[in-house]
Design a protein around this ligand. Structure first.
Ligand SMILES: [Zn+2]
Length: 295
């Protein structure tokens, strides 16, 4: 009798352990519904340039993302498939080259929750100055990434960023680059790279380009990278990631060493998804306003 009870208990425990795995496998085995594939084609312009293998891989990752992560609509936003699939697909773009074709890849393993607002949202800010004074202010934000497993996004800006003419800004790529950065334990502009040789090369190249961007920002000169990247090394990595996926031809022409580092890290070349811009005479850096709303 005792043996029987142990057997039943063991089977129940095994079932409880296998059940979630079975549910994930069953969800991933279903093809993405045609209506959701249409959302990828509409709101993720890179999808149009992908080969069949890349499209299938992205679709599987989107399914896994939707299955694993919880979305919450804030300030009255209705969470439609369009909202969830667009955010999932843009976030998974960053992982497309970093996971293999087989097995279940880890998709932002520490991320649980995506909060979506209809538009820019207000966030209270506390700032501590050198004399110890804390100032509180409220800022309009388009996106925010937290180390405790949360990302917050403005749907209005997500939707607009999915199109090829969106000027190189993409709030989803930006915030999920912060998520990748934080996986190394520190959000400091260096994601997990593996060998010390890779860290050395990364640090050398990114430090130089970061210093150059600070110089450009100080003098109001506008190159490929947004001046917000001059805020600190973590913002530099996030801003450069946006450019890598949104304006790869321009970034590789202006920052070839940086582009090489990102090719090694993301293990994919986004130039294959876009036609190169027509050759033209190299323009000098232009003067422009500092774009400073990303967080
Ligand atoms: Zn940021």
């Amino acid at each position: 009798m005792e043996g029987f009870l142990v057997g039943v208990l063991g089977a129940a425990l095994l079932g409880a352990w296998l059940w979630p795995k079975w549910r994930v496998r069953r969800a991933l085995a279903q093809p993405l519904p045609a209506a959701q594939v249409a959302i990828l084609a509409r709101n993720v312009f890179q999808y149009g340039g992908m080969d069949e293998g890349q499209r299938r891989r992205l679709q599987r990752m989107v399914q896994q993302f939707l299955h694993e992560k919880k979305f919450v609509g804030c300030a009255g936003l209705e969470l439609t498939d369009e909202v969830r699939v667009t955010i999932a697909a843009q976030a998974c773009l960053l992982l497309l080259g970093r996971v293999g074709d087989t097995g279940k890849p880890a998709i932002y393993p520490t991320l649980d929750l995506i909060l979506v607002y209809p538009g820019a949202f207000l966030a209270p800010r506390k700032q501590l100055d050198a004399s110890g004074v804390v100032t509180e202010e409220r800022q309009d934000l388009l996106g925010e990434s937290w180390g405790d497993g949360r990302v917050i996004l403005s749907w209005d800006h997500v939707r607009r960023a999915g199109h090829a003419d969106a000027s190189g800004h993409n709030v989803v790529l930006h915030e999920f680059a912060h998520q990748l950065d934080s996986e190394s334990g520190n959000t400091n502009g260096a994601p997990y790279l593996g060998s010390s040789e890779r860290y050395r090369s990364w640090s050398e190249v990114l430090s130089r380009d970061y210093a150059n961007l600070r110089h450009e920002a100080m003098w109001g000169m506008q190159g490929v990278l947004d001046h917000y990247g001059a805020t600190n090394p973590a913002e530099f990595f996030a801003v450069a990631t946006e450019s890598f996926f949104e304006q790869p031809h321009q970034l590789s022409a202006r920052h070839p060493a940086l582009y090489e580092e990102f090719l090694k890290y993301y293990r994919i070349d986004p130039r294959q998804w876009q036609a190169a811009p027509l050759p033209r005479v190299e323009e000098p850096l232009s003067y422009g306003p500092v774009y400073g709303q990303w967080r």
